[in-house]
Design a protein around this ligand. Structure first.
Ligand code: SF4
Length: 363
């Protein structure tokens, strides 16, 4: 990895050109594409990424919505608005509240719901998560989880309750920087988190979402580490679909400022590289980014988008009753995002699969 990073740092125009036209890039070629010389080839890179995306995924975007279960957290993470010491209103949704949030999202069209939670074993334990999945499953055929890292047995319990996917960002792949930003609580354990998606795959989770929180460490290092991790998961968890995401740090309670901010052009370069390097992976784009940038990124490789999101527990039915995790940039409604996609020639797909009842399967 370090060798690839060093070769990328010294990549010239010739090396970048060879990487652009060389098919699915090796780690060394990926480093060249991420280099300043690769940045000069961004237009070519974008055109290839667009062609590859349309050829494989068509002009469709799968829509999803996060549903926050709890902001009660036993961890201290420097960048997060839910961090344990912060003075925000704390809340864990009851089963009735979860049901109301899920029904509200279903009424807005969503059939792909991502359950998100802070990490507090006292409030959000395995039983609570299983009951939450079952509740949401009543209105949404697809339920994913973005919660604390679990062991394989716990992931099996989630799958038995109906869990279709697990999203778990490593935040940063640099262990020293990870230690500086994860100061207390279960999330301190770097390797426990790093290995979690492999445990989820072994437990039968069908979709695995991997990512890094851009801004904590050098973005080129994070990109190569993320690529290595995604490819490792593709090999080890071959029954699962791998998805990737590149969230950038947004303003949150606590006022954290990123040490290594990633600008829009670098984000485009990174997105195009991942489309070339992981041709079959889904790529998710959240409402952390502005409407203008989201619309520009869609043709370059995006397959999944959220819309009309809230980052507070209960934020759809009763907004303002609990603290938010972070601020969002794209505040358009789902209908407005759908209309914007349609103007670009894309279909916004709110429900892209469902198990057909036996009685109707033959008709
Ligand atoms: S990042 Fe997760 S574990 Fe860390 S403080 Fe925020 S909610 Fe808690």
């Amino acid at each position: 990895m370090r060798a690839a990073l060093e070769s990328g740092a010294s990549a010239d125009a010739q090396a970048a050109q060879a990487a652009v036209s060389g098919g699915v890039p090796s780690l060394e070629a990926a480093a060249a594409l991420l280099s300043p010389a690769g940045s000069d080839m961004l237009e070519d890179l974008a055109q290839i990424a667009h062609r590859m995306t349309v050829a494989r995924f068509g002009k469709t975007i799968a829509m999803y919505a996060p549903l926050y279960l709890s902001n009660q957290c036993a961890c201290t993470c420097t960048y997060c608005g839910f961090s344990m010491g912060l003075n925000i209103r704390r809340k864990t949704l009851t089963r009735d509240e979860i049901s109301r949030e899920a029904v509200t999202l279903a009424e807005r069209g969503f059939r792909n719901i991502l359950l998100v939670s802070a990490e507090h074993p006292k409030y959000v334990n395995v039983d609570y998560v299983c009951r939450s999945i079952e509740e949401v499953k009543k209105v949404s055929p697809y339920v994913g989880l973005e919660i604390a890292a679990a062991d394989e047995e716990q992931y099996r319990a989630y799958v038995a309750s109906g869990c279709d996917g697990v999203v778990l960002y490593q935040e940063t792949y640099d262990p020293a920087i990870y230690a500086r930003h994860h100061l207390g609580g279960p999330k301190k354990k770097y390797h426990w988190r790093l290995d979690a998606l492999e445990r989820a795959g072994a437990a039968g989770v069908r979709h695995l979402g991997v990512g890094a929180l851009l801004g904590l460490a050098d973005w080129r290092f994070e990109a190569l580490a993320l690529l290595w991790h995604a490819r490792y998961l593709e090999r080890r968890c071959w029954r699962s679909q791998i998805n990737v995401s590149f969230p950038r740090i947004n303003p949150a309670a606590g006022g954290f400022v990123a040490d290594h901010p990633v600008d829009d052009r670098q984000l485009v370069q990174l997105l195009c590289l991942f489309r070339l390097a992981l041709p079959t992976a889904g790529i998710a784009l959240s409402t952390r980014e502005t409407p203008q940038l989201r619309d520009r990124l869609v043709p370059l490789g995006i397959t999944h988008m959220s819309a009309g999101s809230s980052t507070e527990p209960g934020g759809y039915g009763a907004p303002g009753s609990a603290g938010k995790q972070f601020e969002l940039e794209d505040t358009r409604t789902p209908a407005e995002v759908k209309a914007a996609l349609e103007r670009m020639g894309y279909d916004a797909v709110f429900k892209d699969w469902e198990v057909m009842p036996a009685a109707s399967a033959s008709t």
